[in-house]
Design a protein around this ligand. Structure first.
Ligand code: CP3
Length: 342
């Protein structure tokens, strides 16, 4: 096994951590903006396998990252279950809401998702063919709680209030929705693996707003179910889990879910994460994304700090969250040079 990311995921401590970046294909790159303009809009880009593969490859060509992440979105899966999805320019995603027992029951059957998602699997097949042999291909989906927050509110929200309200008012309907998303996510990720994804990642971007028993029931349990089902079907498939802003919930998360690696956001220090999370296995993270905007000596110092904190165990270097559109591509190169060059 020569790919560095797969070695780190298998628990190996490497002299230099492999590196990739959340949202590495994105608006901070002029070549991404050009291809998105060619596609027309973001969703047309996601559903165009040639162009989606092209934008996935752009940051690999420019920077030589150790992993490529499939270009798609976590909201394509709920869209494949029936609700309409669109993006308001400058604002973000909008979805038809799913909040009643009747609406959950009316979601399309799990087998039907592949009609809508077939172009995504084709993107994966193109990438499996075209990526450099040392580059690992990562597939992904949203974790059920995070996907449910968008389905229930019909949009992003700071506090996930609508999802928490449904959970409190009609727990049976809320649990049924989580269950439907969990089942569909297994089929979606399984199809990505069959198409050529070598690793899959679950993005639970809003895990931080689940507290106590809710964190166990709706962040840990659905993730554990998805991972167990995937590993039963695809023995040895490595899984990265990202329960963003879980705080103390990061402790023991890998053991509780079966994840091979826990991605750490930048609200916790790398020293804390090394002592409390990396002691149990591979971690990914956790440089603050703003350094890609501000650069300079702070970027170099904080990049070295992350590398140093995690140097005694398996580590995949990454940001704590996605790179933002106002980032300077030169700062990304400076980060990579700092990780690889010392
Ligand atoms: O990381 C990658 O490069 C792979 C592709 C990817 C995208 N979205 C492309 C995208 C991945 C892994 C995602 C995950 C995603 N999508 C998450 C979880 C990770 C996170 O950021 O917390 C969430 C919550 C979404 C939903 C979503 N998609 C939102 C809220 C938005 C609008 C915010 C924004 O950044 O504009 C998107 C749009 C989106 N997804 C863009 C990209 C490149 C920007 C679209 C554009 O080009 O205008």
């Amino acid at each position: 096994m020569t790919k560095l990311i797969l070695r780190a995921l298998a628990g190996e401590t490497l002299p230099t951590p492999p590196i990739w970046m959340m949202r590495q294909a994105g608006r901070y790159l002029p070549e991404y903006r050009a291809t998105r303009a060619q596609a027309g809009d973001f969703l047309s880009l996601c559903y165009n396998p040639e162009l989606a593969a092209e934008v996935t490859l752009q940051p690999i060509r420019r920077y030589g990252f150790d992993a490529a992440i499939l270009f798609a979105d976590i909201l394509l899966l709920p869209q494949a279950l029936g609700p309409k999805l669109w993006f308001e320019t400058g604002e973000g995603p909008r979805m038809e809401t799913t909040t009643t027992a009747a609406q959950v029951a009316a979601l399309r059957p799990t087998e039907a998702i592949h009609d809508t998602l077939a172009p995504i699997y084709e993107t994966v097949r193109i990438l499996a063919r075209e990526l450099p042999k040392e580059t690992t291909l990562i597939g992904f989906a949203g974790a059920p709680w995070t996907v449910a927050t968008y389905m229930i509110a019909g949009r992003g929200s700071k506090d996930q209030g609508a999802a928490h309200a449904l959970k409190a008012a009609d727990r049976a309907t809320f649990a049924a929705l989580i269950n439907r998303i969990t089942e569909a996510t297994v089929e979606y990720l399984s199809a990505q693996i069959v198409a050529g994804a070598e690793v899959v990642k679950l993005f639970d971007s809003w895990a931080g707003s689940l507290k106590g028993a809710d964190f166990a029931d709706f962040a840990v349990k659905p993730t554990a179910r998805i991972i167990a089902a995937l590993k039963a079907r695809h023995p040895g498939i490595p899984v990265i889990a990202f329960p963003r802003e879980a705080g103390n919930g990061y402790i023991g998360f890998a053991a509780a879910t079966g994840a091979d690696c826990v991605a750490i956001d930048n609200s916790v220090s790398p020293e804390w994460a090394a002592a409390n999370v990396q002691k149990d296995g591979c971690v990914q993270g956790n440089l603050a994304p703003h350094h890609m905007v501000t650069g300079g000596p702070d970027l170099i110092r904080e990049t070295r700090r992350v590398v140093d904190a995690f140097r005694h165990g398996p580590h995949i270097f990454n940001l704590g969250h996605g790179i933002t559109p106002d980032a300077d591509p030169a700062n990304v190169q400076l980060m990579i040079d700092t990780v690889r060059g010392g």
